[in-house]
Design a protein around this ligand. Structure first.
Ligand code: 6R9
Length: 666
């Protein structure tokens, strides 16, 4: 589309401002439209020119791209910046080392309070190069996939960047996952190299990560080597396949030639839960992902040169990838690696850290905010938080009470709170209150405004776009953006079926949203069988798969319910096989143990209700809608039960639920 020349001038001028890191929202020549709003409109209506300009200025290319984008959402085809060549680690490290080698890249806030360690860009580059050389010497090649099973620490960041340096993809698996979950991800990713630590330390507790890897190895015959870094001084048993990482790194050169990568080569896989039992390995590529992470990091949080950015997410999740590692490092920021928990050794941990490290932007999860709120204001007020400029929230909806407390107590009422909506699939933040004009309102508990280049739409149940405001629907994206995932590893059909089939021509997020009278977006929650426990996504089918493996179990149904701290809790209905005679308490313990062992502790059910049968439709489908209403004690909302095979089953379920609750209360 042709731009009118007045708009185009303003547009170019805004882009140049973006590129000079001084986005001031001057609406030069744009009557009645604010600068940010106009720029966003242009970023959507002239998406190609927008992204081309930003990509040229923000990334360092060894060969410029010739095609901005080549996307066809109806076929799940997404390509950005083709023809372009670059190296992500060069963009995150070398270019900053040239200008300011002494700037601190990482502050490792170790579990032991007050023992933080700082690493400059020069040091992080050296670590990355040694590790890149070590991996190369051990045969890791461009295109291979390396699984990283480590807590948030400098060597984990260096491992990710070392993969990027030599052109290998990484697959970070959250260190809270069990041996079975780890093994499944290693096998699916076809990794022959794993990087881990001897032990993890979190909340004062030691976890045996190397032992977990050893167990996983029993079902991963293709793994040839395991690099083991030492987080603690305790030796672990080393097998023929294990390599002492730090020792071997010392032997390597500090210079490592970066691989020249194509924009669309794979940067990483990251597994996340879907509505079926098998987790999916979402694939992100080099240039588009990095650009999107960097741009959102800068503008959503108003990051400025010299700021200390504190995102407390674990590197095992997408938030850790985009806002602990890639976004901040691409921008030359000082980024915090938080290894501990919000309440270790006491509930003042975050704010003590803010004071000690002089954090300017703090980015955390609603579940932690809700937990800290309960401990009281004194834990916050003890510490000097005057360095804070922006507070962020991510992972799940933030309720008004938690939002207000975050704003009023933590931020002393002076810091904007940005509720950021996005997903593993989106690569970076898509909807957030900022960037916007400096005085633009922020509504508590609302993500509000789409980011540059993001074009959200709401769909009704017929698949029609809802055009009016003050309406709710399925949240979709009408246009591609550089940060979006490119495929599901080894399963492009599942990628298409999940994200592009439900509303042809659109990317479907799986979330529902409300658009207010003013046009602001509020996320209302998942529309599929995925629940969100403390900000961790888990498919109910994944938990059911494990529960059903128990020989005593005939069938099960897992649903989420509202939990005052975790956001959602896990509630399992279990039907036993005929003639099974066990103590329910024993079986509950056994089932909880199985879920922790097969998936992770956070997925373990809070409640297990044994039932004689489950409410089903005549065609034999479990009526989850009914079960959800029962666990929310919303009996009024049970709705139409006429399709049920046997309505009496519902009465039994209700009675069983009440019994379980009263038992729990006593
Ligand atoms: C970044 C991340 C994605 C799902 C997403 C949605 C929920 C994330 C949210 C939010 C309401 C927010 N979600 N941020 N819901 N408000 N600000 O969390 O990625 O782990 O893939 O989870 O989390 O349901 O679809 P991921």
């Amino acid at each position: 589309p042709k731009l009118n020349s007045k708009l185009f001038k303003a547009f170019k001028c805004e882009i140049i401002k973006i590129c000079r890191c001084k986005l001031t929202y001057v609406a030069a020549g744009l009557e009645g439209v604010s600068g940010r709003a106009a720029l966003r409109e242009l970023s959507v209506s002239n998406s190609e020119s927008f992204w081309a300009a930003v990509a040229r200025h923000r990334l360092c290319w060894s060969t410029p791209f010739h095609t901005v984008q080549d996307c066809d959402l109806s076929r799940g085809k997404i390509k950005w910046f083709e023809g372009g060549k670059l190296n992500v680690s060069v963009n995150c490290l070398d270019r900053h080392v040239h200008t300011c080698p002494e700037r601190v890249a990482l502050i490792w806030e170790r579990d032991e309070r007050g023992s933080e360690m700082k690493y400059t860009y020069g040091e992080l580059l050296e670590m990355t190069c040694r590790l890149g050389n070590l991996l190369r010497r051990h045969g890791v090649k461009r295109g291979d996939c390396v699984t990283i099973y480590m807590p948030t620490c400098p060597l984990a960041v260096a491992s990710m960047l070392a993969c990027a340096r030599i052109g290998a993809a990484h697959n970070v698996v959250f260190a809270g996952f069990s041996a079975d979950a780890l093994a499944e991800r290693i096998r699916d990713a076809q990794s022959s190299t794993v990087i881990t630590v001897n032990q993890g330390v979190r909340g004062g507790k030691v976890t045996e990560l190397k032992k977990t890897v050893d167990t996983a190895m029993q079902s991963c015959p293709t793994v040839k080597q395991v690099f083991v870094a030492m987080r603690t001084d305790n030796p672990v048993t080393m097998t023929a396949r294990d390599i002492a990482m730090e020792e071997e790194m010392l032997k390597e050169d500090v210079v490592c030639e970066p691989a020249v990568m194509n924009s669309e080569d794979v940067l990483f896989l990251l597994y996340t839960s879907g509505s079926t039992g098998k987790p999916k390995g979402l694939v992100h590529t080099q240039a588009g992902y990095l650009l999107y992470a960097a741009l959102t990091h800068r503008y959503v949080f108003s990051y400025h040169d010299g700021d200390v950015f504190g995102c407390v997410a674990d590197i095992g999740w997408i938030t850790g990838h985009s806002y602990v590692v890639y976004g901040p490092l691409a921008n030359g920021a000082t980024t915090v690696l938080f290894e501990s928990t919000p309440i270790y050794p006491d509930p003042g941990r975050y704010w003590d850290m803010v004071e000690r490290l002089k954090i300017n932007q703090f980015y955390g999860a609603p579940t932690a905010i809700r937990l800290l709120l309960k401990y009281g204001d004194q834990w916050v007020n003890k510490y000097d938080r005057s360095t804070l400029k922006t507070l962020g929230s991510v992972g799940e909806p933030i309720n008004t009470e938690a939002w207000e407390w975050y704003h009023r107590v933590v931020g002393d009422g002076r810091c904007p709170v940005v509720d950021t909506w996005w997903q593993t699939e989106t690569g970076g933040i898509c909807i957030a209150p900022r960037p916007s004009d400096p005085d633009a309102e922020i509504v508590p508990g609302m993500a509000m405004r789409p980011f540059f280049g993001i074009n959200p739409v709401l769909m009704d149940t017929e698949g029609e776009v809802l055009t009016s405001n003050n309406t709710s629907g399925a949240l979709c994206m009408a246009q591609p953006w550089p940060g979006m995932a490119r495929t599901i590893h080894n399963n492009h059909q599942r990628f298409i079926d999940t994200y592009f089939q439900p509303y042809p021509g659109y990317f479907f997020t799986g979330d529902g949203a409300y658009r207010s009278e003013e046009g602001y977006y509020q996320i209302t929650g998942r529309l599929d069988d995925v629940i969100n426990v403390s900000g961790h996504r888990i498919g109910t089918a994944e938990i059911e798969d494990v529960v059903n493996q128990c020989p005593a179990v005939a069938e099960s149904a897992v649903v989420g319910y509202t939990h005052s701290i975790k956001g959602q809790g896990v509630y399992a209905f279990v039907v036993l096989k005929k003639g099974i005679d066990v103590q329910e308490a024993d079986l509950s313990r056994q089932l909880n143990g199985m879920v922790s062992e097969k998936i992770a502790k956070y997925a373990s059910p809070d409640f297990i209700q044994f039932a004689k049968r489950l409410p089903k439709t005549r065609s034999g489908k479990i009526m989850r809608r009914v079960l959800r209403k029962v666990v929310e004690s919303d009996l009024e909302g049970l709705g139409d039960l006429s399709t049920l095979d046997d309505p009496a089953a519902v009465q039994e379920i209700i009675q069983g639920h009440e019994k379980l609750l009263s038992k729990n209360r006593s």
